[in-house]
Design a protein around this ligand. Sequence first.
Ligand code: CA2
Length: 159
Amino acid sequence: MKIAVIQGPNLNMLGIREQHIYGPMTLEQVHEQLKNAAQQNGVELEFFQSNLEGEIVDRIQECLGEVDGILINPAAFSHTSIAIRDALSAVSLPSVEVHISNIYKREDFRQKSITAGAATGVVTGFGPFGYHMGLIALMQIVSEIQASLQAQEEQQEEA
Ligand code: CA2
């Protein structure tokens, strides 16, 4: 199983600034922990971070036929980007949107995620551990999809 991890604008600053909101871990450390957890479950992760909306749209489109699911923190683009939402809808892969902070406890403008409407589910407010929660959910969803596809194939072979 292969999962793309897509990180939006300014998340490359994790652990460097605003530690009171996002904690002390750098993005590299978050990814390292996540990679270890994934490896233990036989899952391969592909990491991508960009500050540019179009690059994130491109990366989501590239996921088609390449990965089984998407773990994404669109960061500030969550609140603004119809393009990222459309890309997620277009590829129609299982996806989990992660927010490190609890967006519902913050400024009004953060309390609406446009992109979340295209995600299978959302995890918000659990710090970097939210990426692990999202990964566990994705592994379960992808396994269920794969099992049901296999059952369909077996039924067709029997018919
Ligand atoms: O809580 C989250 O994960 C957010 O997606 C983070 C975004 C913010 O715009 C969303 O409303 C909620 C911001 C990511 C920026 O991260 C920084 C990290 C360190 C220093 C500055 C920014």
